[in-house]
Design a protein around this ligand. Sequence first.
Ligand SMILES: O=C(O)CCC(=O)C(=O)O
Ligand SMILES: [Fe+2]
Length: 512
Amino acid sequence: ETYSAMLSIRQALGAEGRLLRLLRTYLQEESDRLSDLARFYNKVQALHQEPAASVDNPLLAFGLIKRLRSDWLNVVYSEAASENTRELQAGFEALRQELPGPEDLEGAAQALMRLQDVYALSVKGLAKGVFEPAGARSPLYRPGQPVTLSADDCFHVGKVAYDVGDYYHSIAWLEEAVDLFRLSYGSWNTEDLASLEDALDHLAFSYFMAGNVSHALSLSREFLRYDPSNLRVARNVAQYEKLLEEQGTAEPGPPRRPDGTRLQTRDAYEELCRSPGTQVRGGGVPRLRCTYETNGSPYLLLQPAKRETVRLRPYVALYHDFVSDAEAETVKALAGPWLQRSVVASGEKQQKAEYRISKSAWLKDTADPAVAALERRIAAVTGLDVRAPYAEYLQVVNYGLGGHYEPHFDHATSGKSPLYRMKSGNRIATVMIYLSSVEAGGSTAFIYANFSVPVVKNAALFWWNLRRNGAGDGDTLHAACPVLAGDKWVANKWIHEHGQEFRRPCGPRPED
Ligand SMILES: O=C(O)CCC(=O)C(=O)O
Ligand SMILES: [Fe+2]
């Protein structure tokens, strides 16, 4: 799988580099072939130009007969062109297993639609390479170089939505595809799969399915102007005309966005993603501040932890400069070769899910002294016992294109959860380290608590998932917002209840 981690996407760039070299060789060989053909053409053409191109000269007469009997055959039935093509195709096939599969194109298209939705971006803007939310005064992301989408690019995204019956998105993207194809009508690019007719056909049907028959009709009529012999579309036109006659032209409103799995929290979540940084409603909250912490640990005496208290309820703290750039690079490099598509708990099993798009790997403290050092620091800063089996191994995560993790709890909310296989209780706390920065998006949003933390490179975010009485803290519902631009890496350390009995005792009241 390529799209679910930026590291894999970068590797795909290497595969395309090899394809480019292959095509370059092909172009060179084809242009050699064509210039040799041109040489033959010019040679014969010159003989026909000579006024004295008589065949009196026996050598010329011989030449003519030989050409017609042999040379022309060799030219016309030359194998050179197909040999060049075969070489190009063989090179491509040799690379094939490294290339993205159908699930990647689908995942990449879904990612663009996710960014469109969560960041309120218009398809027209995206196609022009602009990342500005509706109603905003400035873009969320300014690309270093201008990049635009082609008509065929937009068609592919629309087609993914169309194939799953999501006409809200298919209409937006196919509309853009139709506009762009109209602008370039008559010129054809070899790499394009679709044409104006294909886009009109899919857009018309999307409108029909969304209940907008008059739009479906006018697009189908436009289709027939380009391809009058298409019987299927002609029948659709007749059907749409009949429908409109019967039911009139009452236009339905624009199609509605399909309901995702997490509809109840969607609006709050998306708003937090669009405005990263802590949202403190109603002004200053006194106890939110920055402090140096030694936590009674000799380990922190010389270099105290720089703690920013982000929230008191639920308790969330951000430790700045928790790791160095070099440590972050080491951890990413150690995890890189082991990355696998991330899974989520589903009943008693673990499986991959649309709502978590990333790859991850587990690192034991024995993997490298850098990991062991990190664990010691986590123990010192949190005051908790993070030795096995009181904490899980370090989980290193690399997000992919539009990579995200929709609102979830880190702790188990069902007794059957695979988390309990460690037999050390539930996840009492999370330490999450940002191993990279991002160019835009990717904040960590706490939905019920109504704040989001932007990606702060090298910082560690700490929170308690459980209350002192062991019950899950519902206020910790949180999410990784889709990465809008950049390569986001985090490392999770999940600390369990067992081993912490004297380090985080119960409160005075049972409900604490
Ligand atoms: O990447 C983030 O910002 C949050 C990740 C997260 O919540 C998780 O991995 O459980
Ligand atoms: Fe989480």
